[in-house]
Design a protein around this ligand. Structure first.
Ligand code: COA
Length: 342
């Protein structure tokens, strides 16, 4: 090695040492601030808890004595009640920025760790990543079901497909619990729907190869292909909502008032909903086919009526919940329009 190369290395080393000294200082500051942050988090949590408890006691006392108040006391009580309501809102906002204990399911699966995302930007990033993850899995499912439907027909490949779906639904369910813990308004049914889908994938995975399985498999692969297509449409709609709400700065606020957003949402929904309903009726058709197959002379497997029942459950839950979501959105839009006119 030449002398020049060694000199370069020594210069480089000296520069790196200076950089390391700065890093050490920064890291020590970071450690101290992190410790301080934990102390402040704990202190804030304790004070919020204490304040909430005391406010509750004050409200209870007001309630007990509401009939024995003088005029001046009534004014003071009214004023305090308004301020307490204001404080409750403030506590909620503070709570969004403090770690919260995870629910039973998350604690059971992940152990006693905090999954609270403390910054709005972190929550957005997690939701965005969840949507991207679903999209990648949907594309794989779409291709896989296409191959299974039109190119290859082996029980082994089908089993890999069912296993992949099982893994996907388990993962999505866990992520949805984390999203809900961080303030997402996902309806309970959609999470439950993914639990049921896990069960369905499990049943299909262990359904023994045989005549009845082959009578149903093409229909199931066609359904999976169609479902993946609908989920791609759903992805573009949900992602559009997420980005528009973020741009409006209203994420996490239930009162979405922007007219532009409403127009976009209704345009998206009007396009998406016929495909969703078609998917629901495909689920009902699967339930019907499986019901018929359960009376087939070669049918000895319990998986046939069981999966038929699960498809029926999925149809009922998805159809009713989607109707309720649409009804809720219509009444919200009407309310907002009439409020605007007033
Ligand atoms: N799965 C997971 N999350 C869902 C969801 C679903 N099916 N539907 C809504 N959400 C989430 C939204 O992303 C939003 O989350 P956020 O609070 O973190 O932003 C929250 O739930 C509230 O959404 P909401 O305003 O009620 O509905 P939307 O406008 O986002 O979507 C539909 C409405 C009808 C398009 C949607 O609920 C849907 O696609 N439902 C049909 C699903 C289905 O039937 N699948 C099977 C097809 S065969």
């Amino acid at each position: 090695m030449s002398i020049n190369a060694i000199d370069d290395c020594i210069d480089d080393w000296n520069n790196l040492q200076k950089e390391y000294a700065v890093l050490e200082d920064d890291f020590n500051t970071y450690r101290k601030q992190l410790d301080h942050l934990y102390v402040l988090q704990e202190k804030s949590q304790k004070i919020i808890k204490h304040q909430k408890r005391r406010y509750q006691l004050i409200l209870e006392t007001f309630k007990k004595n509401e009939n024995n108040l003088s005029l001046s006391e009534q004014d003071a009580v009214k004023d305090i009640k308004e301020k307490i309501a204001q404080r409750q809102d403030n506590f909620k906002q503070m709570g969004d920025n403090l770690p919260r204990p995870s629910g039973k399911l998350l604690t059971c699966v992940l152990g006693p760790i905090s999954v609270s995302l403390l910054k709005k930007s972190e929550r957005f990033k997690y939701k965005d990543e969840y949507e991207k993850f679903k999209f990648i899995c949907i594309i794989i499912t779409l291709l896989f079901s296409f191959v299974n439907l039109f190119i290859l027909e082996t029980r082994f490949l089908d089993a890999i497909f069912h296993f992949m779906l099982l893994w996907y639904y388990c993962t999505v369910t866990l992520r949805e619990h984390i999203l809900m813990h961080n303030g997402s308004r996902i309806k309970g049914w959609w999470v439950f729907h993914h639990y049921i889908s896990c069960v369905l994938s499990g049943i299909l995975l262990i359904w023994p190869d045989g005549h009845v399985y082959h009578l149903f498999r093409r229909q199931f692969m066609a359904f999976s292909l169609y479902l993946s297509f609908v989920q791609v449409l759903q992805y573009y709609y949900q992602r559009g909502c997420l980005y528009r709400l973020r741009a409006l700065g209203e994420k996490g606020n239930m009162d979405i008032t922007s007219e532009g957003f409403q127009t976009w949402m209704w345009r998206g929904l009007t396009f998406l909903i016929p495909f969703l309903f078609l998917g629901h009726f495909f689920q009902l058709y699967n339930a019907y086919t499986l019901y018929r197959l359960s009376y087939h002379e070669d049918c000895f497997e319990w998986q046939v009526p069981a999966s038929g029942f699960v498809f029926l459950l999925l149809f009922l839950g998805n159809f009713i919940t989607t109707l309720l979501v649409i009804q809720h959105k219509i009444s919200k839009t009407i309310n907002q329009q009439s409020n605007k006119k007033l």
